[in-house]
Structures are given as C-alpha cells and as structure tokens.
Design a protein around this ligand. Sequence first.
Ligand SMILES: Nc1nc2c(c(=O)[nH]1)N[C@H]1C(S)=C(S)[C@@H](COP(=O)(O)O)O[C@H]1N2
Ligand SMILES: [Mo]
Length: 220
Amino acid sequence: MTEKTTPEGIREKLVRTKERWAEEGRLLTGAAGDPARDRLPPGQRLVTDWPVLDLGIQPDVEEEVARLDIDGLVENPVSLSWAELMALPQEERRNDIHCVTQWSRYDNDWRGISVTDLLARARPRPEGRFVTMESHDGYTTNLPLADLDRPENLLATHWSGTKLTRQHGGPLRLVVPHLYFWKSPKWIRRITVIAEDRPGFWEVRGYHDRGDPWLEERYS
Ligand SMILES: Nc1nc2c(c(=O)[nH]1)N[C@H]1C(S)=C(S)[C@@H](COP(=O)(O)O)O[C@H]1N2
Ligand SMILES: [Mo]
C-alpha cells in the first residue's frame, strides 16, 4: 500500500493539510463578530447534520473501564469511575457549537456532569492557572483554567436524549461551547491542572492557543 492509502498515511496527510491551512491563514475573513448581535460567528456556515472530526482513531471505551481523573495542582485529586460519575447530579445544557473548519450547529442538547462542580471538588491551587486534557485516542488540548471553570461547560454523556455515540466521543466528552470545538475533547480521560500553559495536539500545529470563534482565533 502507498502512503496515501494506509490509515496512518491518510491521517498524516490530513494533519499536514490542516497545518498548512494554519500557516497560510486559510478561512480567515478578518471581520469581528458580536455575540450580542449575531448568532453565527464570522466565517462560519450553519449545518444541520453533525460532522465527525477526529484523528481517525475512535477508541472503544467501555463504560466499565471509563474513568475521569482531575489531578496536578489541586488540593484534592479526583478519580471517578463510571458508576461514581453516574451517581453525581446529571445536568442539562443547550448550546451552539462552532468548528474551526467553518461549520456551526445550533441548539445541541447535552446531558452530563457539571465541570464547575467537579473542579470545586478538586480545589485547584492558586498557582494552577491552566489545564491540559488527555483523551483515550492520544489527543490533547489545553485551556486557561478560567475557560474550563464556566457554568455552561459540561462533561457530556448524552446528546439529544440518547447516549453519546462513540464517533462523537462517547461515553464521556467535554463540551466547551464558547470556544472552537477542537477545545472539546472526545473520549476524555484526564484533566491536569498546571501552572504554565502547555499547547496540545492542534495548538503545536499552528492552531490558536485559545480559539474564540467571535474573534476568529483560528490560527496562531
Ligand atoms: N479525543 C479527541 N477529541 C477531539 C478531537 C480528536 O481528534 N480527538 N478532535 C477535535 C476537533 S478538531 C473537533 S472539530 C471536534 C469534533 O467533534 P465531533 O466529531 O463530535 O463533531 O472534536 C474535537 N475533540
Ligand atoms: Mo475541528
């Protein structure tokens, strides 16, 4: 098989294409958006289906082995099994999602666990100002702690009333709706609170460090 037809070859090619877009500043409109006035951020178009985007590996994470750890610079490290996660209050959120590849999808209904509640339980230390997050497919992404610790964020287990499918990150994915969707890790495994920012998979490949869709923070 040639480089282009093996799964690794296809994945490498996709990653390189997106790196090149980042270098060239592709997809930038240069217009600022105003969330008070508009619903669709600049340069986005509305879709009604739900595209699947990942690195081509969709790990099969059984609920029996799923866990979530919150560790690093916290007073009280948290390590919860699936059963322990399910015993926590289940909350609902509705929000719009915006992908850096220009699609947006309105009114996504999620159910899951409040991120602010879990962070309150872990109690980050004052020097912990960022997080790095790890997923079962090896994906990583980073956030300022303040962007993670927001009431609209959710560790989602359900979408539109049914269990989140494996292709969309089930059994557990983070949803951070105020930033581009690459900041919402699927198949999340660990959240580590750190003192210095640590860029993740796409951030080291030219994507913006924060990713605010209203400011079109697509690339660094
Ligand atoms: N674990 C993991 N999470 C991930 C990704 C990934 O490759 N692996 N891709 C990100 C990107 S770039 C996007 S746009 C969204 C896509 O989520 P979806 O497939 O549910 O639409 O997941 C994000 N979270
Ligand atoms: Mo993306």
